[in-house]
Design a protein around this ligand. Sequence first.
Ligand SMILES: Cc1cc2nc3c(=O)[nH]c(=O)nc-3n(C[C@H](O)[C@H](O)[C@H](O)COP(=O)(O)OP(=O)(O)OC[C@H]3O[C@@H](n4cnc5c(N)ncnc54)[C@H](O)[C@@H]3O)c2cc1C
Length: 479
Amino acid sequence: MSKQFDVIVIGAGPGGYIAAIRAAQLGFNVACIDEWKNAAGGAAPGGTCTNVGCIPSKALLQSSEHFEHANLHFADHGISTGKVEMDVAKMIARKEAIVKQNNDGILYLFKKNKVAFFHGRGSFVKAVEGGYEIKVAGKEEEILSAKQIVLATGSNARALPGVPFDEENVLSNDGALSLGKAPKKLGLIGSGVIGLEMGSVWRRLGTEVTVLEGMDKFLPVVDEQIAKEAKKAFDKQGLKIELGVKVGEVKVSKKGKDSKVSVAYTNAKGEAQTLDVDKLIVSIGRTPNTNGLNAEAVGLALDERGCIVVDDLCKTNLPGVWAVGDVVRGPMLAHKAEEEAVAVAERIAGQHGHVNFATLPSVIYTSPEVAWVGRTEQQLKEQGVKYKAGTFPFLANGRARALGDTTGMVKFLADAETDEILGVHMVGPMVSELISEAVVAMEFKASSEDIARICHAHPSLSESTKEAALAVDKRTLNF
Ligand SMILES: Cc1cc2nc3c(=O)[nH]c(=O)nc-3n(C[C@H](O)[C@H](O)[C@H](O)COP(=O)(O)OP(=O)(O)OC[C@H]3O[C@@H](n4cnc5c(N)ncnc54)[C@H](O)[C@@H]3O)c2cc1C
């Protein structure tokens, strides 16, 4: 006999656990299955985001930023510290404690919302009258069944062809977030969001970091003016970024404890080069994870990249089967997974859940941070949209000066005729927080004039948002 539920969610990352909680709030009897194990073999819900993604990377970025501030900037405030040391093991232990708090928090939320959690691998057995049977392979084997299935099985790091991750020398995000000490030399293949965040952590701790990027443009998805400003800052910090390279053979040589990784590549001029490092992080994208689902048993359709095929409403080709998050098309972002999850649970309940892809914010949590929402200037040009632009530098913001961080700017792009905000792009201190105002404004179809006329607290970084909006109409007050 199978255990009967209304909704079964496979995966408890931000897509899965949010789908389960929202479905439970809507009155459904919900099961959520997740196979992630912590070091002790116990359940660790939260997926990539909680265990080896968003949360641990931000914990290490915070620790390493404190270290850099103590080393480079405390003296400006009159604080003398003597020699500052970093205990990497303690930094990693702090990160692990934060991860555990998040795992436990999700288990608590499941309990509170009466979601039945199963630790183990979930896979399709077969379609049955009015639904599906799902096997949970955990400590014991159990069969569950439900009419509605939500797949939220996430993604895995993509390896270089022929160079598997060993997590000792050739690292994915997993190994990169758990190094026992700062390597002397670190190579990083890929200058995307994840690569830049990892590179920043270890550079701040004294590692010489070289980033090899195949594309000849830095951060091509970011507004060009903002990407240029960010690159200037990273160059100044000593993050070596080589663009337009072609990576060839990667060799790992081991001599006792000392292993080395050697990367053969050609640079942008076509010259043969070798990069010798102690550790190599490969961050060249992620592949959707459907490995354990036994998708063939029910004929679940996948596309050529391995993503579960879904329509605009996250419906798969199978009746009653939905998919959300990294395992489907669209940006691989935790908040995108969460928005899709809420919308799917509401659609199951007959409501009209909706995700606005045009207002999904993106953030790179380096220093300076980079954040944006909406279209870039280059996209507007390509699309032939007539626009007005306004920028405001943090250099002219009193709070930024008081903080001691005046890098970067806020940039507004607004429709030339209607003044509706089409995109907001930021590089600078704490812009991960500032971008929310732009998201709200765009959701409400605000004009740049709307933001320009709203009172912003003084002194605050957010005044730069107001000033950039004023700049669209060429009437900044403080620059
Ligand atoms: C280093 C790093 C930093 C990141 N930082 C950010 C950030 O700052 N902001 C942001 O928005 N995004 C960030 N991301 C991306 C973010 O982590 C993902 O977009 C997000 O986790 C996707 O959520 P998901 O629920 O779709 O999948 P996941 O979080 O990958 O969760 C999927 C879960 O399903 C489980 N699972 C898979 N198959 C089965 C099965 N058959 N049975 C049972 N369980 C199964 C997995 O074990 C996992 O727990 C980062 C990613 C990385 C790698």
